[in-house]
Design a protein around this ligand. Structure first.
Ligand code: MN
Length: 304
């Protein structure tokens, strides 16, 4: 990745979530000094401020989807912003915002990879598989659906964000830290053969072997996109999310995960999502997310 510039893009929305407050995530990450800490790592960092989109009308789902037109509008803005930064040779870093924004960012990354002949690998760090559809979702919240939408399984307006249908395919994903999958969603991920390293797997073989397997065939032609849902982390260290699930990676496991991704030297785009300051304590989850993102960009906690 060398001395590429990082572009911070705020996406202040909770339009796809079941709780309000992730819209405050971008500012919490800025308050936790994300930009200056990455500058200290030797990167040029450009903060593009926040994207704009519709306000959250806080309505119940319609036809299985909550706030669908608003989610589409936000993701079209994200797609354009991410595609623009990638085309300029910069590393886009989404400051979310709820996880629905990954539809816009990953569709843009996939488009960039197609045009540049790059191999795409998405590391989906999350407590959830985010593979719901209108038929199986218990809530209608679209932040539980981005992976399905990106693979062509979702409402037409969202599946078509970026203009290429499907935006990408299940085989590019490696999901890590999964521990909460809804009943109907289970058969969908099995059918799609999404590669899932769930918490049981991490418990059994450890984070080291898990990441070795998840990163196995990453090479110099790979564009590595990390979609970091803060609910990946154990809630005892990361209370500032709306959808906590106990039994996630602890601090050292999360650090090792980030360090091993950094070692590939292939991180080319990033989403930081679902940070919810309304649930946080003195911004500790934002500070932890920043700490881990520093490791993702090469700050080893050991002297090497
Ligand atoms: Mn998620």
């Amino acid at each position: 990745m060398g001395n590429k510039a990082l572009s911070l893009i705020g996406v202040p929305t909770d339009i796809g979530a079941g709780h309000r407050g992730a819209s405050m995530g971008p500012e919490a990450l800025r308050v936790a000094n994300l930009a200056s800490k990455l500058e200290r790592r030797g990167f040029e960092v450009i903060d593009h401020g926040n994207l704009q989109g519709p306000v959250n009308p806080w309505q119940p789902p319609q036809d299985g989807y909550r706030h669908l037109p608003q989610v589409v509008a936000w993701n079209e803005a994200v797609h354009t912003a991410v595609y623009t930064e990638l085309a300029a040779g910069r590393v886009p870093v989404m400051l979310g915002g709820d996880h629905c924004l990954a539809i816009g960012s990953i569709s843009a990354v996939a488009r960039h990879c197609r045009e540049q002949g790059k191999k795409l690998r998405v590391l989906w760090l999350d407590a959830h598989a985010d593979f719901n559809t209108a038929d199986v979702t218990p809530s209608g919240n679209i932040h539980g659906m981005p992976v399905a939408c990106l693979c062509g399984n979702g409402p037409q307006a969202l599946v078509e964000v970026g203009g290429h249908v499907p935006a990408t395919t299940p085989d590019v994903f490696r999901q890590i830290g999964i521990r909460s999958v809804d009943e109907g969603e289970k058969s969908l991920v099995r059918e799609a053969q999404v590669s899932i390293f769930d918490m049981r797997r991490i418990d059994e073989v450890g984070m080291k072997r898990t990441m070795e397997e998840a990163l196995a065939d990453v090479d110099e032609n790979t564009h590595l996109h990390v979609s970091f849902d803060v609910d990946f982390l154990d809630p005892t260290i990361a209370p500032g999310v709306g959808t906590t699930v106990r039994g996630g990676p602890n601090y050292r496991e999360a650090q090792l995960c980030m360090e091993m991704i950094a070692d590939t030297g292939r991180v080319s785009s990033l989403d930081i999502v679902e940070l919810n300051p309304a649930f946080d304590k003195r911004n500790q989850t934002a500070r932890l997310a920043v700490d881990l993102v520093e490791s993702l960009f090469g700050k080893s906690t050991l002297i090497r």
